[in-house]
Write a protein of this length. Structure first.
Length: 182
């Protein structure tokens, strides 16, 4: 896809991302990726843009990691595009079996994410995907968790980035967003 076609498609997707002021709390402008799925054309165009990007990743990818929960919307599709497995990272207490976990700091407290320990066996490089990067805490924690298992992060990929919050600066791996909001 040429650059002009890509820009036209990005504008179509952006037009279908609804914004909700003061959600989930006052002062937050919530960008809702679900609204894109309400329009078949916008949804298909978003899938094309995603596939175009992930096929261009230079590093080899052995698996796609989706972050709870909206990363689960895109992770399996990307994994199918790359013909690799999909692996979820979930919040504490949501996955069965032997797990690896990491605790990380949030603006007001701490959280824990987990991954099934055997899911990374034989993997050397993964793509981490989510819908949105804001402050970067969860994405950084996911990178740290993956790296603690001896696996490289080929790229962290999101649909939307809120650049004004500086989250990208926390990411210890290559990073790409389709849409950037200031």
């Amino acid at each position: 896809m040429d650059e002009l076609d890509r820009e036209r498609k990005l504008e179509l997707v952006k037009k279908h991302i609804n914004s909700y002021p003061d959600f989930p709390k006052e002062g937050i402008l919530f960008r809702d990726i679900f609204s894109v799925f309400n329009d078949q054309t916008a949804s298909e165009v978003l899938q094309e843009l995603i596939a175009d990007h992930v096929k261009s990743i230079e590093k080899s990818v052995d698996a796609v990691i989706g972050l709870e929960s909206r990363g689960f919307l895109f992770g399996p599709q990307i994994a199918n595009t790359l013909s690799v497995p999909f692996i979820p990272i979930r919040k504490k207490g949501k996955l069965p079996g032997e797990l690896v976990r990491i605790e990380y700091s949030l603006e007001y407290g701490k959280d824990v994410i987990e991954l099934q320990k055997d899911s990374l066996c034989g993997k050397s490089s993964v793509l981490i995907v989510d819908d949105l990067l804001a402050t970067g805490g969860t994405m950084k924690a996911a990178c740290d968790l993956i790296k603690s298992c001896g696996v490289d992060v080929a790229e962290c990929f999101v649909i939307m980035e809120l650049s004004g919050l500086g989250g990208k600066s926390k990411i210890p791996a290559p990073f790409h967003s389709l849409i950037c909001y200031d």
